[in-house]
Design a protein around this ligand. Sequence first.
Ligand SMILES: [Zn+2]
Length: 387
Amino acid sequence: MQKLVIKNIGQILSGKLESPVFDGNCLIAIDGKIDAWGNEKDLDCSGATTEVDAKGVTLAPGLIDSHVHPVVGDYTPRQQQLHWIDSTLHGGVTTMISAGEVHMPGRPKDIVGLKAMAIASQRWYENFRPSGVKVHAGAPVIEKGMIEEDFAEMAKAGVRLLGEVGLGTVKDGKTAQKMVGWARKYGMQSTIHTGGPSIPGSGLIDADMVMETGTDVIGHINGGHSALPDDQIICLCESCKAAFEIVHNGNERAAVLTVNTARELGKLNQVILGTDGPAGSGVQPLGILRMIAMLSAFGNVPAEQAFCFGNGNTARQRNLDVGLIEKGYSADFVLLDQAQHAPGKTMLESIQLGNLPGVGMTIIDGIVRTERSRNTPPANRFPEHVK
Ligand SMILES: [Zn+2]
């Protein structure tokens, strides 16, 4: 039995928008799953196989990047970069979700080929987790001519996602809606490229097409890069039950508009975060933390709630057993503290003032994966991996 005991936690962020901070200074995980948390004196801390002294820093569920474009291993041909996933783990991200492996050189667009690549991508990230990061991949881009059996076949082979609708030849809402319906019937989650074209060859997806298609996630509602006009973003927030995905590589003003609109509508639980990297604008190892700080500062959201956009909300919208402090959920955590010399009386206050926190440790499946981040600003205090 593997038993992880984390002591001297300063505060526990839960990932739950309705109660974002939990009481307690100690957390226990058994065999990679969260077992108990609370005050150390009330918990059975004996027999730890791994022990961490948090030294008073904050523990949060590992962050989730809802929108990445991986290709293979820890390499992206898009920007010719190695180890971008490991670098992102240093920004507190422990789970990534593919919105399509669209940067594969020579990507097959014929139906047999795209199905084969979806299945292969799902497998190679299931079999190989870069630095321990959970990469949910195998997200085919739908193309004209696909039939229901194609979706049944991919689902049977383990494909659980659709890549961004609109990046392929399906550009009309009616066809997209039909295919998204087939995907949903066989348990595949869907997303859509919202807004103007991203790179040469892609096209505009407006609010009408987003609503007609009816994907589970409104992919980059703030554009990737070019956002829709304000009235269309507001209309999507008012009309849709799907997740409002805000990405780092989108329009920041539209991101703030989305959060303000969602708050007014009582729909902050639908807000989730992604980077949309690797992309034309590069990779963003600190992208999710930067979105949390930016939306907290400009969207007037308490930092402990903004964190939920980057872990618990995404887990709930995407039915993952990560991102929340919940018994039986994966013991995936990021430990953070206020950055040295950052203004604010507490870490949360410094984030709400627009500053990044410093990451001191990441843990996935109850195993310490990284210690002091090489990418974030240095924190005031660092947790210690005692044994
Ligand atoms: Zn896109």
